[in-house]
Ligand binder design. Structure first.
Ligand SMILES: Cc1ncc(COP(=O)(O)O)c(C=O)c1O
Length: 359
């Protein structure tokens, strides 16, 4: 075990720029807890980090943008799907710091190219955008998957006299210009923040439920739990990859992070808890259960989730509750990681799944 102060000191060693409003709120979901009476259900609102509609990426970007500044780059290049929350938050952070954002956005035929949701926000923020049409989108695109496109942009930016920084998708894997897993460092700090919030209310956290995509949110939380609260399970609901692939990503980020903070700790595969049962039709496809889970939380607690990540995580949590995964009396924390601007491009699906029509 390490003391809270020692862990804080380790995190302090990484330069950062302020972009978020922290700590984010933590509260009990009273209606859900009353409904599922054997459990206490809480929410941690990382959708409220503040910058450009918030979300988990703002915290990661505090460290990543400090690295961009440190490397004296004046242009930041990244990639993801057209409705990427990561790209929207990165663009906003870059703009605030007077750095040029360049986005490589991959679009499947089923996705609209209309300026809506995150893509509309990217346009308003004035990111430089290149859209690539693809048949199938692998969500956790590593740099090796997009290398040729990125190299072309790097070359063009250098010709213009710019110094580019290549930021990996989701701020997760150690690749491109990022030599330290800064995204996971940010989420190690989130566990600390949550731990202090729950300690203040004398709550012991049994389980934390999250959507897991590129892996650093889960990796950081797992390390935090292992060091401060080893009884806490960090339960990742896969949104894009199967559980073996996801576990491999998370494990890799954990190893890099432990080495970056100079802690010798062994995290076993079985401690990386991931469920891929809710992946269903795949990344970004809204189905009936997810639409209903989103409507359920909105109607019970007045909180909006998103269709790609947190909606799936909520559908997963509700199913795990139904199937008796949690022990009686557990304190369960749902981590809301943001993504709500992506609700709007899914309007037709919501109307059809929720059978709603204007009167
Ligand atoms: C809203 C939202 N939640 C969760 C995640 C997953 O976080 P991570 O990529 O760290 O696994 C993402 C990633 O894009 C996201 O946008």
């Amino acid at each position: 075990m390490i003391s809270i102060q020692d862990l804080k000191n380790k995190i302090k060693k990484f330069p950062r720029v302020k972009l978020s409003f922290l700590p984010t709120p933590f509260e009990k979901l009273n209606n859900l807890s009353a409904m599922f009476k054997y459990y206490n259900i809480f929410i941690k609102r990382d959708d409220q980090t503040g910058l450009a509609f918030g979300g988990n990426k703002t915290r990661k970007l505090e460290f990543i943008m400090a690295d961009v500044l440190h490397q004296k780059a004046n242009c930041v290049i990244t990639w993801a799907g057209v409705q990427s929350n990561w790209c929207r938050q990165l663009t906003a952070a870059a703009k605030k710091l007077k750095i040029k954002p360049v986005l490589l956005l991959f679009k499947k035929p089923a996705f609209s190219k209309e300026y809506d949701g995150n893509l509309l926000l990217d346009l308003i923020l004035d990111a430089e955008i290149k859209i690539i049409e693809v048949e199938k989108e692998k969500k956790t695109m590593e740099l090796s998957d997009v290398k040729d496109f990125v190299e072309e942009i790097v070359k063009k930016e250098k010709q213009k006299g710019n110094t580019p920084y290549i930021a990996p998708i989701g701020g997760s894997l150690v690749e491109g210009s990022m030599s330290v897993p800064l995204g996971a460092i940010a989420y190690l700090e989130v566990f600390l923040e949550l731990y202090e919030q729950t300690m203040a209310e004398k709550i012991k956290i049994d389980s934390v439920i999250i959507a897991t995509g590129s892996g650093s949110t889960q990796a950081g939380l797992i390390i935090g739990a292992k060091l401060l609260s080893p009884w806490t399970r960090i339960v990742g609901i896969c949104v894009s990859e199967d559980k073996e692939t996801m576990r491999k990503y998370v494990k890799n980020i954990i190893e890099h992070t432990l080495s970056a903070i100079n802690i010798k700790e062994k995290i076993e595969d079985k401690e990386i808890i991931v469920f891929d049962d809710y992946l269903k039709e795949g990344y970004g496809v809204l189905n009936q259960e997810v639409a209903q889970a989103i409507a359920f939380l909105a109607r019970e607690e007045g909180i909006f989730l998103d269709p790609v990540y947190t909606g799936k995580a909520m559908a997963g949590m509700l199913d795990l509750i139904k199937n008796g995964y949690f022990r009686e009396g557990e304190n369960i924390v749902f981590l809301h990681t943001g993504g709500t601007p992506a609700l709007f491009p899914y309007r037709e699906k919501f109307i059809s799944f929720l059978k709603k029509k204007l009167g």
